[in-house]
Design a protein around this ligand. Structure first.
Ligand code: ADP
Ligand code: MN
Length: 253
């Protein structure tokens, strides 16, 4: 079925070719040979049965919806080798005691990056943070819980769908933020309303590949940046808060 989905995808793209060249390029990049082989492997292992359309086409990754053999939706995050920022990946990986990579091989760096997102999601989930449950990862592909409704509509990032009650939502977010730092002992590193989904007026934090352990020497700087971003964004939504208030609430040890 993946092969069928891919053929359909390619067909779609060949129809669109005249209209949009850059999109076609992205399409070819998602389904390079190794990515397809990885998807086939995941299909054979029973993780994924059908691959549907894209939810998001980012600079470094594409997120698609899939369906597993029990007809449950899942989110399929596929990292693109060609457009990834290896300098950034190296910077975030090198201070992490869980990873010790001394390679210049771009494919291996991406695979470590995906493994890092998988490990971070698992660690967060076990610490009780509301993140998508991670099912498995293989090479540049990550399979995670789909956040959305039962018809396959994905929850929107808060940036696109602001909360109905920002004060209430912000308080829920702070609870998650505190668990993130104090229980999972991780710093997100790119926390913003782009990476917080509004799932029935409850926050779900996503995109944790760059998240670092508190032991990482860059964690303090990243935490301060995350707090500043959040404070700025929620102030714009008329929530009365400040860096100091959030810092004290998080009660970092
Ligand atoms: P990146 O920003 O690196 O492209 P993200 O992990 O932030 O990757 O995912 C990109 C977008 O895909 C998100 O903004 C969100 O709209 C969607 N998305 C990601 N994960 C899920 C998920 N588990 N369920 C539903 N939508 C998701
Ligand atoms: Mn993101």
């Amino acid at each position: 079925k993946i092969a069928k989905a891919d053929a359909k995808h390619q067909k779609l793209h060949s129809e669109k070719r005249k209209k949009d060249n850059s999109e076609r390029k992205v399409g070819n990049e998602i389904f390079d040979k190794l990515t397809l082989e990885t998807l086939y492997k995941l299909a054979n292992q029973g993780y994924i049965d059908i691959l549907n359309g894209a939810i998001s086409t980012g600079k470094e990754a594409n997120v698609l919806t899939g369906i597993d053999k029990n007809e449950n939706f899942l989110a399929v995050k596929i990292y693109r080798i060609a457009t990834s920022d290896f300098k950034k990946m190296d910077y975030y990986l090198k201070g992490d005691p869980r990873f010790n990579i001394k390679t210049k091989n771009k494919r291996k760096i991406i695979y470590s990056w995906v493994t890092k997102e998988f490990k971070n999601l698992t660690r967060l989930y076990e610490a009780g943070v509301r993140v998508p449950k991670a099912f498995t990862s293989a090479n540049n592909v990550l399979l995670i819980e789909f956040i959305g409704d039962e018809t396959g509509n994905p929850a929107q990032p808060v940036k696109n769908q602001p909360p109905k009650n920002p004060d209430e939502f912000f308080n829920k977010l702070l609870v998650q933020f505190k668990l993130f730092v104090n229980e999972a002992k991780l710093v997100h590193g790119d926390l913003s309303n782009y990476n917080i989904l509004n799932f029935n007026e409850k926050p779900v934090i996503i995109d944790v590949s760059q998240s670092v352990v508190l032991d990482n020497p860059i964690s303090r700087e990243l935490l301060e940046r995350d707090i500043n971003t959040i404070v700025h964004e929620y102030r714009k939504l008329c929530v009365k808060t400040s860096f100091e208030e959030v810092w004290e609430y998080l009660d970092c040890k």
